[in-house]
Every structure is written in C-alpha cells, then in structure tokens.
Write a protein that binds this ligand. Structure first.
Ligand code: GLN
Length: 468
C-alpha cells in the first residue's frame, strides 16, 4: 500500500527507481486518494489522471496546459481549452511528470482563501471548516491532503507562501525572473511568479530545479547564476539571520503564531546561526497599500483581453460590440476581479496616475532599497508567513480589507522581487504555523539550506492530525 499522505516526492521517485511501484501504480494511489478525499476537500477543478512513469504533479488552474481546460477559477474562461503548454507545464512534461489534475484557486488568483473561486471553495485538510489559504489553496490542500506528491502554484502577493503556511506544507516564491510566466494567466505581471508547493524543502528544491531558468518566451527571465543545490545537513554556522521587528511584532499576529516562530528562531541559533533584531519600517507600513495600487492597476490592464471575442465565455447579446463586451465581462467576472478592475482603472486614469500608480512605483523602490540595505548585514530575514493560522470559511469573505491583511507579511519581499520560502514550524490550536525566510535575489540555495536545517531540527509532522 502506498501511503500518499506520508510519501514525499523523493520517496515516490525512490519507489519508481527501485522498481517497487510502477508509474501507473503510483498515479493510481493518488487517484484513489482523490476519489476518497476530494469530494470533501475540493482541491481539484479537473482530475486528468495522465499515465506516465514519473512522479505525478498537480498544476494550479492558471497554468496553461495543452488540451486540458484552464479556467483560472473564473467563469470568464469557461470553455477555454489551450492549444499550447505554458513553459512550466512543458518543463514538467519534459521531466516526465504526468499531470494528476488542475487545482482550485481564488478567481484569477485574487484572494487569500480560495473562497473567491467561481467553482466553490477548497477546504483545509487539517480542518475542513477552515480555508486552505489562497490563492493557490487547491495546490496546497492537494499536497497536505495526500492528493498530490507536489504541485505548482503562483504567487503575486503571497499566494504560494500563505497557503503553504495555512496547510502545513513548504512553499517557495522564487526570485522574480527565475521562472517563466509564459502561459500563466496574467494577474499582475511585475509580481506574478510560479512556485512549488511540497511536503519537504528538498522536494521543493527538486521541483524548482525543473521549472527555473531562462525562457526565450518570457523576456523577463534570466539564467540562474548557480545551479540549484539540493540541501543536506543541519548546520547553520555562520548564517546571519535578521529578525525585522515590525514583521514579528505587527498588530494582529496571533500569540500562538509568534510563539512557534520564536521557538524556530531560537532553534536556528542553536544550530549555529547568528540571530539579530533588525528593522524594515517602511516596507511593512507601506507594503500593503503599495501592492493594492500596483496589482489592481496591472490586473485592470491584463484582464482587458477577456472581451467575449477571443477566449472562453461569450454572453448572448442582441446588440452592438460594446454591449457584448460589457455583458460578457459582467457575467464572467466575480466580485473580486470587478473590484480590482475598478480600483486599477481609477489608479491609472489621467489626473490620478501620478498620485496613485506613480507614487506606488516610488514606494516600491523605497521598499527594495530598504531590503537591499538589510541584506548587507544579513543572509536571511525571518518572520511569520501569515499573521494567523487557517481561519474559518466565511470568516473574512465579506470583508475584503480583513482578507487583504492576510498578506501583510508576504507582500513586502514580493514588491522587492525577492525570493521567500515558507516552512511549517509548529502548531497553534492544532493548526499549522508557517515561518517565512526571505533572502536577496537569487538566494534560493541559501533559503533551501536554512529551511532544510530547520525542518530537520523541528521534526514537524506534515500529515494533518485528523488523517493520521
Ligand atoms: N491575496 C493577494 C491578492 O489577493 C495575493 C494573491 C496572489 O498572490 N495571487 O492579491
């Protein structure tokens, strides 16, 4: 019997290599788990169940997959079947990873709970009354619930790191420009990055290795300055860790979250790291506001392509072209994309551009400089990933501002284009707490090293308690 709840992607690869399971048996075990638990969790929008001889994978449904419907969790893309593969899907295919299915998400990746999906929410495997986080909640829940050995998500403001935190799995948001965005349903192009969700840091490094690197189809990509190093060992001697006080003492951080994070920081010290308090005052004060100008502005522009003519949904309209556009967009977009289109169009409009969008770009530079200064003294900065553990379904759904605060601690590094890794560091009230590790550009290897050392020393059990 293959225990998909326990099996890491490396374990799965080992079973295949040693001939202890065939590719079909392995994928079959996940498909059985999906059949058993996905009716409750709803991590998947489409189960594909490809055959193959590699370790199977799940893709967030913003990742374009040739011949497989790609909805981005939105009615606006209903009926769209891509005729090409995104670069990340193509790289996974070349590496021999069969697709288990496409995972649920907040509509067009806008949200922090997966409740904004047009197709119903995903539930957290640790407690089905709670959200898995978002927007890559389906991918995080699939990995935590044993419905996929590993999965891809996308992170614009925190959508890989935050659901990883809420589901007790490992999530990487890579350095901007290291992973191709070609074929990813665009939200905010200067922020969007694809990242792996896995049970362990080593699995994460292995999946990052598969997807990263320059792509001629995305001119913002670069070659990695050094090969991905699969981490080993527990020693952190010489690693300089900074603890930004605003990110660890911010209002609204649950005491249980702080306690777990502080214990992990003490452990890093015991493993040899030099730990010191530091400060990122402006990044935390202005990060969220800056993000909620830049991201909706870019979204309002990116979403203009959904007009009922080229993709997906088209309203039945007796009238002129403008009526077709208006009716299609009215029917196809849910409340959150509509809100973002309004905010973004306003921020970009003549007369307001300088005051809002232009100003936000300047603040973004300030945030990047503040981080760069911190990395003159530190290799890694640490904080909670999310101020809270998984919240109840419905708790924040009617209050967009409360929902936006979920990303308070993930957004600053994203605005600066920096990589961040979330690893589970303990439980609070029986629910996982995530530790965020942030590094300078292209420091993924350092994040993997620190994350792996802490993961080993912490010994967190990633199988949800109620499923053990
Ligand atoms: N929750 C944030 C938002 O709603 C981030 C989403 C994301 O990273 N895709 O914009």
């Amino acid at each position: 019997m293959i225990d998909t709840l326990r099996l890491t992607a490396e374990d799965a690869a080992g079973l295949l290599e040693r001939g202890e399971a065939s590719g079909d048996e392995l994928a079959g075990a996940y498909l059985d788990a999906i059949e058993a638990r996905d009716p409750e969790l709803h991590a998947y929008l489409h189960v594909v169940g490809e055959q193959g001889e590699g370790v199977p994978i799940a893709h967030k449904d913003v990742i374009t997959t040739k011949g497989i419907p790609t909805t981005a969790g939105s009615k606006i893309l209903l009926g769209y079947t891509p005729v090409f593969d995104s670069t990340v899907a193509a790289r996974c295919k070349e590496a021999g990873l069969p697709i288990l299915g496409k995972t649920n998400l907040d509509e067009l990746a806008m949200g922090s709970s997966t409740e904004n999906s047009a197709f119903g929410p995903t539930r957290n495997p640790w407690d089905p009354e709670r959200v898995p986080g978002g927007s890559s909640g389906g991918s995080a829940a699939a990995v935590a619930g044993g419905l996929a050995p590993w999965a891809l998500g996308t992170d614009t403001g925190g959508s890989v790191k935050q659901p990883a935190s809420l589901c007790g799995v490992v999530g990487l948001r890579p350095t901007y420009g290291t992973v191709s965005r070609y074929g990813i349903v665009a939200f905010a192009s200067s922020l969007d990055q694809v990242g792996p969700l896995t049970k362990t840091v080593r699995d994460n490094a292995r999946l990052y290795e598969i997807i990263a690197g320059q792509d001629p189809c995305d001119s913002t990509t670069v070659e990695l300055p050094e090969p991905v190093a699969i981490p080993e060992g527990e020693d952190l001697t010489g690693v300089r860790i900074g603890v930004p006080k605003e990110m660890n003492e911010a209002e609204g951080i649950d005491p249980g979250v702080s306690a777990s994070v502080n214990a992990a920081i003490r452990l890093a010290e015991e493993l040899g790291a030099d730990v010191e308090e530091t400060s990122l005052p402006r990044s935390v004060d202005y990060g969220l506001a800056c993000y909620y100008l830049v991201a909706p502005a870019e979204a309002s522009s990116n979403l203009a392509r959904y007009d009922g003519v080229r993709y997906g949904h088209r309203a039945a309209v007796d009238g002129d072209l403008t009526a077709l556009y208006a009716r299609t967009r009215w029917e196809g977009f849910g409340a959150e994309p509509k809100r973002r289109i309004l905010l973004g169009t306003y921020a970009l409009s003549a007369g307001y551009y300088d005051a809002y969008y232009g100003q936000a770009q300047k603040v973004r530079t300030v945030i990047a400089r503040e981080h760069a200064a911190a990395f003159e003294r530190f290799d890694v900065l640490v904080s909670p990933t999310s101020p809270t553990v998984a919240f109840r379904i419905g708790e924040k759904a009617e209050n967009p501002l409360a929902m936006y605060l979920s990303d308070l601690l993930t957004i600053p590094a994203n605005m600066a284009g920096l990589p961040g890794l979330s690893i589970p560091c303990g439980l609070s009230d029986g629910l996982p707490v995530g530790l965020q590790l942030i590094g300078p550009q292209f420091s993924e290897n350092a994040l993997f090293r620190v994350g792996h050392a802490l993961e080993r020393a912490l010994g967190f059990d990633f199988v949800p308690e109620r499923l053990r």
